[in-house]
Design a protein around this ligand. Structure first.
Ligand code: F6R
Length: 593
């Protein structure tokens, strides 16, 4: 949720920290701050965005510092609650991502011992504990303090005196970036891509000491060595490159993302899958995800059941933690773009504890989910900076097509037909993007309304759910995704001329019934926008507006339909003038339950 950065080297730290904080802002953006180490520690922090913090700074020359962008959990967004936090003596500074679950008890205890707290945060107990245990060695004090902490954390600490950073992680992401005569610590590789692409991912329980020339890592008191890895992303991928928003850029990257994900796994005529198969004695596949990734799971369920003929259960990761029964031998698949979503990590751990083999479909090499799961299937979406997931969702869908094809129990010609259509997908999406002006107009039209429904059937029901999520997330229009057949079981009470319905059509066995549903809706005087395959001669007679979708086989229609709905949401939000890449109250990568 929160973004962390640390720098130690031979250049002025402040501009580097500010630059990295800007890139981390998508992880949380209600307040931010930095601490610079000179003769003493200077802290600058405030409510608001990094740009506002930067305006209040004049260039300084310190070569070591830490920074933080916050998504508030304990204590409202404010200058006082912003990180870094200091100990009583002002000699240790700390930034933290995670949740200290036993902070109230620790705070009471520390207060009784004379520590004075200035913020409402859980984080502040960590820095006071470090102060309490400090006997001349920061790393030892950090280890002792963390021994008292229950919960999750990634921290970066510095102290007055010798120039070094001390870092530690438990269930929150943290990596060390290796430079030339300088080193970094960051919650996220995308933050430091301008400076280095060589990183070391920390493991749970690691405590590291970073100087400008050296890093040492210990776990459980023993020195450990961790592999240096190359981040598979380019600097350009993490920049807007002329687009008004990251979201629009990322929507436009999708033909390439589909190609990259296919290329990684679909060689010649045979798709390559990870080393698992759904054959043999597998009783069911369990799909676990949150938000947009859960919607990808719902499409995946449909595909795997249809093509691999295996029973599939899709669960919201946050709810799976309340279930205890699985039917027979189960493969669990976690779907998580970031690989850091707390609920999904917990659900994966629970699936393992219930005896499941586990696979994660993720975009981030070295992410926490890849350490929990037995296997990883990497989508090739590149860094996704906009908080609203777009290209990662499409790449997740492509992953499911590939897995379903790898495990398919269908005849060879059906498989080859589907693979051929899959290869055409980048072109279909490009065609849709080339004609985006009509969708932009309809997005602007929708921006006038306060409420909307998105309906679909079959494999396009999850697309309706995702379309509604995207719309509400960035345009703040209340939008509800609903099975087309369910609408009349209650939600019909809300239909009126001021509540448009977006209906997702596909040329499959849902088509005729969807048309009937549209007629029922129109009878209530409700405006309808339909997504329809080019060449459809029926639907435009019934509805107010049509978004024409380049034709593809119905099984692949979720991809093109979803891109259309991303654009619809984007242009509605743009017309409303909202901060599209950083919608209010949200953050990328939700690392708390
Ligand atoms: C919505 C969105 C979220 C994420 C959800 C899971 O646009 O981005 O709903 O999909 O927080 O995130 P990951 O995929 O990182 O687990």
């Amino acid at each position: 949720m929160c973004g962390l950065i640390g720098y130690i080297g031979n250049r002025p730290a402040q501009p580097i920290l500010i630059d990295c904080l800007r890139r981390l802002e998508y992880r949380g953006y209600d307040s931010c701050g930095l601490a610079l180490l000179g003769d003493g520690i200077q802290v600058y922090k405030d409510q608001g965005k990094v740009a506002e913090l930067q305006r209040g700074l004049s260039l300084t020359n310190e070569r070591t510092g830490i920074g933080h962008t916050r998504w508030a959990t304990h204590g409202r967004p404010s200058g006082i609650n912003a990180h870094p936090h200091l100990d009583c003596a002002g000699q240790i500074a700390l930034v933290h991502n995670g949740i200290v679950t036993n902070f109230l008890r620790l705070r009471q205890q520390l207060t009784q011992e004379g520590h004075i707290f200035s913020s409402e945060t859980d984080t502040e107990v960590i820095v006071h504990l470090i102060e309490k245990y400090y006997r001349g060695d920061l790393a030892e004090a950090v280890a002792a303090a963390l021994g008292q902490i229950e919960g999750s954390y990634a921290i970066i600490a510095l102290q007055t005196g010798p120039k070094k950073l001390v870092v530690a992680r438990n269930e929150s992401p943290l990596l060390i970036g290796l430079g030339d005569g300088e080193n970094f610590a960051a919650s996220d590789a995308a933050a430091i891509l301008d400076y280095t692409d060589r990183v070391v991912y920390l493991e749970d329980g690691d405590i590291g000491v970073i100087t400008e020339r050296e890093i040492t890592i210990a776990n459980n008191g023993h020195e450990v060595s961790r592999q240096v890895q190359q981040v598979p992303w380019t600097q350009e991928e993490a920049q807007k490159t002329g687009y008004e928003h990251f979201m629009l850029k990322e929507i436009h990257e999708q033909p390439r993302v589909i190609q990259n994900t296919l290329r990684g796994h679909l060689s010649s005529m045979e798709p390559v899958a990870p080393e698992i198969t759904a054959n043999g004695d597998i009783a069911q596949i369990l799909l676990l995800g949150c938000g947009t990734s859960y919607h990808a799971a719902l499409v995946g369920k449909y595909l795997l059941e249809k093509l691999a003929k295996v029973a599939v259960r899709a669960e919201l990761a946050s709810e799976f933690n309340y279930h205890d029964t699985l039917l027979g031998k189960t493969w669990a698949i976690g779907i998580t773009q970031s690989g850091e979503t707390a609920d999904t990590l917990m659900a994966l751990r629970k699936a393992k504890s219930l005896g499941c083999k586990t696979l994660v479909i993720t975009n981030v090499v070295g992410s926490s989910a890849t350490r929990i799961a037995d296997e990883a299937f990497y989508i090739k979406a590149g860094p996704e900076i906009s908080v609203a997931a777009t290209k990662s969702f499409i790449a997740q869908l492509v992953a499911f097509y590939l897995l379903a094809l790898a495990w398919a129990r269908i005849d060879t010609s059906s498989r080859e037909r589907l693979m051929a259509e899959l290869r055409l997908l980048p072109n279909k999406v490009q065609q849709l993007l080339d004609g985006q002006d009509d969708i932009a107009e309809l997005g602007e039209y929708l921006s006038r309304y306060d409420s909307a429904f998105f309906i679909g059937r079959g494999i396009n029901l999850p697309v309706a759910l995702e379309g509604a999520l995207k719309m509400k997330e960035i345009s703040y229009i209340h939008a509800e995704g609903c099975a087309a057949g369910e609408l009349k079981h209650g939600s019909f009470a809300l239909l009126n001329p001021h509540t448009p319905v977006v209906a997702i059509g596909a040329q499959d066995n849902t088509y005729d019934t969807l048309l009937t549903n549209i007629k029922e809706i129109k009878t209530r005087g409700t405006p309808v926008i339909a997504l329809a395959a080019e060449g459809d001669r029926e639907i435009d007679k019934l509805v107010d507006h049509v978004i024409w979708i380049p034709g593809t086989t119905p099984l692949l229609s979720p991809v093109v339909n979803s891109v259309a709905l991303q654009l619809l949401a984007y242009y509605a939000a743009r017309k409303r003038g909202y901060p599209i890449d950083q919608p209010r109250n949200l953050a990328k990568s939700v690392t708390v339950e």
